[in-house]
Design a protein around this ligand. Structure first.
Ligand code: 5GP
Ligand code: ZN
Length: 114
């Protein structure tokens, strides 16, 4: 596996995924362990380890992720709302060290962290 990164392996087609969206900069696929009726992982097609590594040179990928999120949310029928989560680092509970955004929705969330 190139650079030992699970999401790079998915991006490279070495590991299959349930794709919901793709463009030149972003791949989005269903989480293998969904936490909501809709749970999509939105992943930039560049290896950025975590939110700490976002800078001027790669923030373009982040905006492309959020453009994708708006498209996917509409395609998945989430016009009533949804949540976007990014876990960063050990304290943030990140388990795959390739930047990604969890798009979750399809139900009214009772709990709020913030
Ligand atoms: P994190 O904990 O890093 O914020 O999120 C990683 C997410 O990747 C988890 O929600 C986990 O369920 C998901 N995941 C882990 N391995 C795979 C996989 O092989 N395929 C898919 N589709 N999702 C995965
Ligand atoms: Zn990667």
């Amino acid at each position: 596996m190139l650079n030992d990164c699970l999401f790079c392996a998915i991006l490279g087609g070495e590991i299959p995924c349930s794709k919901v969206y793709e463009d030149d900069y972003v791949l989005a696929f269903r989480d293998i362990n969904p936490q909501a009726p809709v749970h999509v992982l939105v992943v930039p097609k560049e290896h950025i380890a975590c939110a700490l590594d976002i800078g001027e040179e790669n923030s373009f990928f982040v905006s492309k992720c959020f453009e994708a999120i708006a498209k996917i949310a509409k395609a998945e029928g989430l016009e009533n709302g949804f949540r976007v989560v990014n876990n960063c680092g050990i304290d943030g509970g990140q388990s795959v060290m390739h930047l990604h955004f969890h798009l979750i929705g399809g139900e009214k969330f009772a709990e709020k962290i913030i």
